[in-house]
Structure formats: structure tokens, C-alpha cells
Design a protein around this ligand. Structure first.
Ligand code: SF4
Length: 371
């Protein structure tokens, strides 16, 4: 099979690995012209086209959600490291992409598959003096030395956790173990980065599949929070489960389209706004409401409201729907120069969404109307 046909198959197979929040773009792929290009959004909001592909769709693992699972019968293809390097450079040198995101199926020995991925990164860095972005997936069960070599070549690495609990992962695959193949590798990455900051300098991330098991939002957020605190995971991606034909889960329900957005919002409140898990509102089934964002739900539950804008602490301001980090800082700064907020218009001018904030705030001890 020629390289273009392989790209069409293996570029498409990479689409479910998320490398940015909720924004994988397959437009280019669907045009049938440029397989493997996906737009990722960097931390500063800038959109970066990445070359995202798997080395091979040959795999002996039995992940029940994945079309490449070993029990499936179809023609499998693979790239050699030389082929993949040359295709990537073609894309890169014509400015179609600005970075590489590489993963792989595991036909037999995990280290052989990982070695092939590392060889692509080595060729790019050493033989072609490529200094751009490389994100390497660390395959579950990769050996310590190989993992370290991958980290010495990649900007970012990630081990996909897939499930929030050992039982959840057991439901999805009998060939990957939660504690050994995944958590242990994450711990190695953390330890290696502590020893040498040049190893995977952009850190490690992971991905959960949402809705493939009965795991609740509480399970998922607890695990994501634990990963940040204990293993220095700097980003968790929540990939909605897709029921694919010819997989054991082809008849399994897909999650509500809003579920992953709610998880991202809740995770953001925990990681960036300092919310504790206990502040969030979960229904009896352990999931969050879908028809209301988690910050608004949490505010309705709290008895701290309304807060007086002219005296509330930064932490209290951050809990008001409609007030973000920037507007909370502006409120504090304005108060330092003895500015008194008297009307909702004053809040609007510094960026507060007054429609959301209105019922949760007081100005000079009184509720104010937005009109
Ligand atoms: S390891 Fe699992 S998810 Fe990855 S390609 Fe193989 S079957 Fe699919």
C-alpha cells in the first residue's frame, strides 16, 4: 500500500486522541486531501496545526471501544520510522503542520512499538535537526529506559488512563492494567522530570474516555484531581466515548454531548479557581447536572451569597458566576485605589457578566438590577 493510502487510514485512527480541549478538527482529513492534520489550541489560545497519526493499526490488545482491537479482522497497515519521518517532513517543510503527535497500536511487544515511535523522534531531532513540537504517547507497559529515551526527545508525553478506576479499566480491556501499565509509568515520568527538567519539558497529560463505563463524574473528577496533585499531570482530556462498528461496545450508548463540557468546566474550577470537589454539586447518581454549568450550580447551593462586592475576598469573588479571574483581580485592584462599586454598570465595565452575577452580589449592601 502506498504512503498516501496508509496516511488516510492511520491519520484517521488518531482522531480520538485529544491533544487540546474539545477541539479536534477533521475538516482537512475529510477533504480527502490532507490526512493527519488536526488543529490543536495552545495554552495561549493560538491554533496550531499538528500532524497526528498512529504508526500502525496492528494491535494485539483488546480494548473494547477500539476498532483496532486484536479480534477485529481487516487489513492492517504500518509505517516504518523512515516513511513516517519523511511524510512528516513533507508536511512540515511546506508549513502544513507545526508539530507532531504520535501514537501506535501494539502488534506484539510493547517496547518494539514504542521503539519505532522513538526512532521517528530521534530521526527528526538528530538526522534532520528538527526543533519543533513533538508529543509522544507512552504506550501502556513501556519499559523504563525506553520511556526515558522518549522523554529526552519529546516536548510532551502522555499515558492514556482511559478509566478513572482499576475496575473501570478492567471493563474496557483485559490486556492493560491500571496500576502497573499506566499509573506506574506516570510515576516514572514524574520522577524523571524532577531529576532532569529537559525531559519532556512541557510535562505529561492524559486522557479519559467518558461514558464507556458506568464511572460517574465524581469518579472521574476525583481521579483527575488526584493525578494533578500526586503525579504532576498538567492536563486531563475528556474524550467522549464513540460507539464504533465492529467493536464489542458498538451498541453501548454514547454520553450526552454536554457531559464532557461539564467535566472540563468542573476540572477548570478545581485546577484554576481553587474549588474543592466538595463545593461542586453532584446528583444522587454521582453525575453533575447537564442543564446548568457547575459554577452556577455550586453558587445556588452555597449560603455565602449574596457577597458584597466592595468587601468580598478574591476567593469569594471567584465563586460568583459571571466573575472570572481577570475581573476578580480588577475588582480588588480598583478597591485598593478606593474605588467603590455602586452600580452593575461599574461591574460590567471591568468585564463582569452581570446577567449571571446579578442575583449573587450586593453593592453597598443592596441588590442592584442590571436594567
Ligand atoms: S492499545 Fe487498545 S486503544 Fe490502542 S490501538 Fe490497541 S486496542 Fe486500540
Amino acid at each position: 500500500m502506498n504512503k498516501v493510502n496508509k496516511m488516510i487510514i492511520l491519520g484517521d485512527s488518531a482522531r480520538y486522541d485529544l491533544c487540546n480541549y474539545g477541539n479536534y478538527n477533521t475538516d482537512n482529513f475529510l477533504s480527502g486531501k490532507l490526512p493527519g492534520i488536526y488543529n490543536a489550541t495552545a495554552g495561549n489560545g493560538v491554533c496550531i496545526p499538528l500532524f497526528k497519526v498512529i504508526m500502525t493499526n496492528k494491535c494485539s490488545n483488546d480494548c473494547r471501544y477500539c476498532v483496532n482491537h486484536g479480534g477485529n479482522q481487516f487489513n492492517r497497515v504500518e509505517f516504518t520510522p523512515e516513511e513516517l519521518t519523511s511524510i512528516f517532513l513533507d508536511y512540515y517543510n511546506t508549513r502544513l503542520v507545526e508539530g507532531l503527535f504520535l501514537s501506535s497500536g501494539i502488534p506484539k511487544d510493547v517496547d518494539v512499538s514504542m521503539e519505532n515511535m522513538v526512532e521517528v523522534a530521534r530521526k527528526l531531532r538528530m538526522d534532520h535537526e528538527y526543533n519543533g513540537y513533538i508529543h509522544l504517547k507512552i504506550l501502556p507497559g513501556t519499559s523504563y529506559d525506553l520511556l526515558k529515551r522518549a522523554m529526552s526527545l519529546a516536548d510532551r508525553v502522555s499515558v492514556n488512563i482511559e478509566a478513572a478506576t482499576p475496575d473501570g479499566l478492567e471493563e474496557l480491556s483485559t490486556t492493560k492494567t491500571f496500576n502497573n501499565d499506566i499509573i506506574r509509568r506516570m510515576k516514572w515520568i514524574k520522577r524523571l522530570r524532577k531529576k532532569d527538567e529537559n525531559l519532556a519539558p512541557s510535562g505529561q497529560s492524559t486522557q479519559f474516555i467518558i461514558g464507556a463505563t458506568n464511572e460517574t463524574d465524581t469518579d472521574i473528577l476525583k481521579c483527575a484531581n488526584w493525578l494533578v496533585k500526586k503525579l504532576d499531570i498538567n492536563r486531563s482530556y475528556f474524550s467522549p466515548f464513540n460507539s464504533m462498528k465492529n467493536t464489542p461496545l458498538e451498541n453501548h450508548c454514547e454520553p450526552h454531548p454536554k457531559r464532557t463540557s461539564r467535566l472540563y468546566q468542573a476540572d477548570h474550577l478545581i485546577q484554576s479557581y481553587g474549588f474543592s470537589l466538595d463545593e461542586l454539586v453532584f446528583e444522587e447518581d454521582g453525575n453533575m447536572k447537564l442543564d446548568m454549568d457547575p459554577k452556577y450550580s455550586a453558587a445556588l447551593k452555597k449560603d455565602m451569597f449574596p457577597v458584597e462586592i466592595n468587601s468580598a475576598s478574591y476567593k469569594e469573588l471567584l465563586r460568583v458566576p459571571g466573575i472570572g479571574k481577570i475581573s476578580a483581580r480588577r475588582i480588588i485592584e480598583s478597591r485598593k485605589i478606593n474605588f467603590t462599586f455602586k452600580t452593575m454598570e461599574d461591574l460590567k465595565k471591568i468585564g463582569v457578566n452581570i446577567g449571571r452575577a446579578e442575583i449573587f452580589v450586593k453593592l453597598q449592601s443592596s441588590y442592584q438590577k442590571t436594567f
